[in-house]
Design a binder for this molecule. Structure first.
Ligand SMILES: Nc1nc2c(ncn2[C@@H]2O[C@H](COP(=O)(O)OP(=O)(O)OP(=O)(O)O)[C@@H](O)[C@H]2O)c(=O)[nH]1
Ligand SMILES: [Mg+2]
Length: 368
């Protein structure tokens, strides 16, 4: 809500969604780059509706409003929006792929947003342009993270070099993940050098994010008794680095111990990215210490993969897997949306339950 009480909400939102969850604070933009970065001149047409060419021209000229508009089309289920999104994605694709994509996960409260704010500001000061996207299926239930993240990244959102987009309000994780993938393409076409994707370390969202980023960072906190308790091994196994956050005040020693412990664990795990041994580091996102070392690790990782000619091939593999998972989803949808299939399935399910037919036989009949 802005000072004048004006509530910002997108022109499209899912049926039944509470409009208030979109409320964003209207903040004054400052150019912390000392004036060296200025979006190119772009005369936005004075209309409500834009076509894909106009949105592309706008986002490429650094118009963040039109980038946001493009992402809204990508997130929308509305038919005209979907058509614009499809054409916009096709136009954007040749201009995409040049950023470093980093996924950031960790339990709620680990300090992911604070870390992104801190890293984002450091990167902007170095001259990078930074986009922040969120994959948080839980936000559709509470609406809390959206407002929370907005306020926590206030400084970063004021920077002309940064673009922050809260989680799309979509019911399924698959839906949210698909939209985030497409949003990455638009951010890259808009010239962002770094795309940071925040996700909550609960549920399946990490798996979805892992498959769309180059580097996957797990933010942890020390001092909760047994440090390895409560974290799922699967998430640790997907990480290219773990950073123990909140290494400040009287927590410094505990953070250091936890970092040593994580280093030991990572040493024994099979690395997710072949040929890269994941590292454990510590930082204080609040004070800014150690955050630069995390970034140096990301750069080293990317340089290594590029020098081995693997950076692009890993991305290509990700796209192929993505196509396959979309195909599977589409086939399933086609199967279930056919009434004849539904009736046959219901009857065969009964037969399988009362053992009047073998499961494989029922499957054969369904496939016919
Ligand atoms: N002392 C200290 N506090 C921190 C640090 N980083 C974050 N915090 C605090 O921890 C709390 C949670 O930080 P967030 O950045 O919102 O955590 P998050 O992981 O994004 O949380 P969710 O988005 O809810 O999952 C806030 O009150 C921060 O101020 C740090 O380095 N040191
Ligand atoms: Mg957060």
């Amino acid at each position: 809500m802005s000072e004048d009480g004006h509530c910002r909400s997108p022109e499209w939102h899912p049926k039944g969604a509470d409009k208030k969850v979109y409320a964003g604070e209207v903040v004054k933009v400052v150019d912390s780059s000392g004036g060296s970065f200025a979006p190119k001149r772009f005369k936005r047409p004075r209309r409500k509706g834009y076509d894909s060419q106009e949105i592309l021209a706008g986002l490429q000229a650094g118009d963040r409003t039109l980038l946001a508009r493009g992402i809204t089309c990508v997130e929308s289920e509305e038919r005209t929006h979907r058509e614009i999104a499809k054409s916009l994605l096709a136009l954007s694709l040749p201009h995409s792929g040049k950023s470093i994509r980093v996924g950031i996960t960790g339990v709620p409260g680990a300090g992911k947003s604070q870390f992104i704010e801190c890293l984002g500001k450091q990167l902007c000061e170095e001259g990078y342009r930074v986009a922040v996207l969120a994959v948080d299926p839980s936000s559709t239930v509470t609406g809390g993270s959206i407002l929370g993240d907005k306020t926590r990244m206030e400084d970063l959102s004021r920077d002309l070099r940064a673009f922050i987009r809260p989680s799309p309000s979509s019911c399924t994780l698959g839906g949210v993940a698909a939209k985030t993938r497409e949003s990455i393409v638009l951010c890259e076409a808009a010239g962002y050098d770094v795309v940071l994707v925040e996700t909550v370390g609960v549920g399946q969202s990490e798996v979805a994010v892992r498959s769309m980023v180059d580097f996957f960072l797990l933010v942890q906190i020390a001092g909760a008794g047994d440090d390895l308790q409560g974290i799922k091994k699967g998430v640790v196994e997907m990480a290219d680095a773990i950073v123990v956050n909140k290494a400040d005040g009287d927590n410094v020693n505990r953070a250091r111990l936890a970092t040593v412990e994580y280093s030991r664990v990572l040493h024994y795990l099979h690395p997710f990215t072949e040929g890269w041994t994941p590292r454990a580091l510590s930082c204080s996102a609040l004070e800014g210490t150690g955050v630069g070392d995390v970034w140096d690790t990301v750069v080293e990782f990317c340089d290594k993969l590029k020098s081995e000619d693997r950076f692009d091939s890993i991305r290509a593999e990700q796209s192929v897997k993505w196509l396959r998972s979309l195909l599977e989803a589409r086939l399933l949808e086609a199967f279930y949306s056919d009434d004849k299939n539904a009736t046959k399935l219901a009857s065969l399910e009964k037969d399988v339950s009362n053992k009047s037919i073998a499961v494989v036989e029922a499957l054969d009949q369904l496939m016919e």
